[in-house]
Design a protein around this ligand. Sequence first.
Ligand code: TYD
Length: 155
Amino acid sequence: MNKNLKLSVKNSGLLNLKFFKDLPDGNLFIAEARQQVPFDIERIYFINTLANPKAIRGKHAHRELKQGIFCISGSFNLSLDDGFSKQRILLNDPSCGVLLGPMLWHTMSSFSYDCVILVLASAGFNEADYIRDYDKFLTLAGASRKPGVKAKIAT
Ligand code: TYD
């Protein structure tokens, strides 16, 4: 993953963690609220045992929640869509994550066998904050499906 990658979708950005390389005795990565992560962290969750390489996770947006998503082992593809632009990012560096701000449709796929995803979230779990229907997301984002018009895709 390129730490200087420019994100073309709205409400996103790269999150570069502080880290200390102590090899061969390990690496230490640090995420501090309001520093490397631009919000107060209220919840942490992680996803492991992504044994199905064809699994697809996410497929939703949040109305208000802010999250920082990191791949702390292995790799996966993160696809982002703000209703107007799309971008696919390979996450394969524990020190470099992605900000998932409000109104960003996101999908995770192509998990390596050893993939572990860590997510830092700005609020507790609230199903009412989820938008799980893509057409509803487009409407709320002020975008709409127009026949023959494809969203701009950056990689
Ligand atoms: P979901 O956020 O849809 O997972 P993903 O985006 O990784 O595909 O959550 C999957 C299920 O887990 C869903 O039923 C809601 C539940 N869940 C909680 O109860 N609390 C949480 O903090 C999270 C993240 C999910």
